[in-house]
Design a protein around this ligand. Structure first.
Ligand SMILES: Nc1ncnc2c1ncn2[C@@H]1O[C@H](COP(=O)(O)OP(=O)(O)OP(=O)(O)O)[C@@H](O)[C@H]1O
Length: 460
């Protein structure tokens, strides 16, 4: 049995989402960093633009750095350009502007790149990998390591899309469930898989010659080091690679631990960092609260909103998985088409719900607090706090989670709408605290005032 099976997700009990450690507060929802990463990808339909400059660190001052403003300027085969345009990209993203010239240059620069999720890292290393393939050789030349089975599949999908007009480039997954007869020699050029299985295929079964690998990519380094065993396996694999192999490592977050790991894997790297995450802000969000007397009124007010506001896409947040799933059941019973995202669902079910939402098949998602921390909801126009976010220990209002739920990063200047439900003195006091804390008014909305609700909807 291949030791690659150690990559089965869901084994971790030590949650650490975006390094804020917050998820463990709601320990009944066990979601791993790898699962969050997948959820972000499932939900994302486009590039996240950031205004931040990138910082580049390199040891060799003679190595001139340049950035590209167009894909044509990269001197890559026309088929790859066509593939990129077919994916809807018109020009390189911020991180790609700097990373691609380095990745494609004749010095085969090694790279460590950190940039927030959704900024175009995957597309960058896929392009570099496709560019490096020598199609005259029918053997593996590129290894791409992902932390889990699902993330590897996701990366493979991107590679297949980009290589659409270069069908002579071949790709093989090295993930659980894949088996080969003994003495097989793999002919595919690009191997995408998890560390344990890759080690087995390279070193135990000799399905390919690791000395022929010319590009090694380690993706999602932050997720990798969070998962027992993957770090050691990655380092082990790296030790067998030829010296001439170009190595690159990508991470969405930054920490000393990640950098230590990165430097153990990548010799002599150029390091690209986009350290500062853009601040979430409430500047473009219109915030309201609706007062209700009991659960029935609350539910009625919610469905009233659905009926009146031509909501683009909405997220509804509940405090617990039980309340979230009850609400979904009720809404579905009443004929509303809503998706649910909670820790009770399988990875596949959650991602399927997010994909349906992303593709507009469902315009409402009900989610729990834990889920809110792990995914960003940039494209959502309405956020409804069915339950206000509270700290599970103190039961006080949780300002950070509130901001994370409804805030937007600067670039997304679009207007957003946040609606909070108030069902007593305690929640009313929380609204006042939020106003005080963020120095922004939260206006009262009468759930039965159809004209006003319509007006809000039209203003968006
Ligand atoms: N140059 C580009 N122009 C337009 N869209 C792009 C560009 N590069 C990537 N994208 C798209 O932006 C989204 C995010 O890109 P990508 O997955 O490469 O980001 P990432 O930084 O690797 O994210 P993660 O850290 O979650 O893996 C994808 O939908 C991708 O197709």
């Amino acid at each position: 049995m291949a030791s690659g099976d150690s990559d089965i997700p869901g084994k971790m009990d030590n949650l650490n989402i975006e390094n804020d450690g917050n998820a463990s507060q709601n320990g009944d929802e066990n979601v791993t960093p790898a699962e969050f990463s997948l959820m972000r990808k499932a939900l994302r339909s486009k590039l996240i633009h950031t205004t931040n400059q990138v910082d580049v660190f390199q040891n060799d001052p003679n190595n001139p750095l340049y950035s590209v403003k167009s894909f044509e300027a990269l001197n890559i085969p026309e088929e790859l350009i066509r593939g990129i345009y077919d994916m809807g990209f018109s020009k390189p993203s911020r991180i790609q502007e700097t990373a691609l010239p380095l990745l494609l240059d004749k010095h085969r620069t090694n790279l460590i790149a950190q940039s927030q999720s959704g900024t175009g890292k995957t597309a960058a290393f896929i392009l570099a990998s496709l560019y490096r393939v020598d199609v005259s050789q029918q053997e593996p030349q590129i290894i791409i390591l992902s932390p889990t089975y699902e993330l590897a599949l996701q990366t493979g999908e991107v590679a297949k899309q980009m290589a659409k007009y270069k069908p002579e480039i071949t790709i093989r997954y090295v993930i659980r469930g894949e088996t080969l007869p003994r003495n097989t020699k793999i002919a595919e050029h690009i191997l995408i898989g998890t560390p344990g299985k890759m080690i087995d295929w390279a070193l135990k079964y000799n399905f390919f010659n690791i000395k022929k690998i010319s590009v090694f990519v380690l993706d999602e380094a932050d997720v990798m080091i969070d998962t027992q065993g993957l770090r050691a396996q990655s380092i082990r694999l790296k030790q067998y690679l030829p010296k001439s192999c170009q190595m690159m490592l990508f991470s969405a977050t930054y920490s000393d631990e990640i950098m230590d790991f990165a430097r153990q894997i990548i010799p002599d790297p150029v390091v690209i960092l986009k350290l500062r995450l853009e601040e979430q802000s409430l500047d473009n969000i219109n915030q309201y609260y609706i007062v209700v007397r009991n659960e029935e009124e609350k539910y009625e007010a919610l469905t009233n909103l659905f009926g009146t506001v031509a909501i683009g896409q909405a997220f509804i947040f509940c405090e617990t998985k039980i309340s979230a799933s009850r609400l979904v059941q009720q809404l579905r019973k009443d004929g509303h088409s809503v998706g649910l995202i909670s820790g009770d669902l399988t990875v596949e079910q959650r991602n399927e719900a997010l994909r349906r939402f992303r593709d507009g098949q469902e315009r409402v998602i009900v989610a729990t607090n834990v889920m809110a921390r792990g995914i960003d909801v940039e494209q959502v126009t309405i956020v409804i706090n069915y339950d206000l976010p509270t700290n599970p220990e103190t039961r006080n209002i949780d300002f950070d989670t509130y901001l994370h739920r409804i805030g937007r990063t600067g670039r997304f200047g679009k207007e957003g709408l946040a609606i909070n439900f108030v069902d007593g003195d305690r929640t009313m006091q929380m609204i006042r605290q939020l106003e005080e804390h963020f120095k922004r008014p939260i206006k009262k909305l009468d759930a039965t005032d159809v004209d006003e609700i319509e007006k809000i909807g039209n203003d968006m």
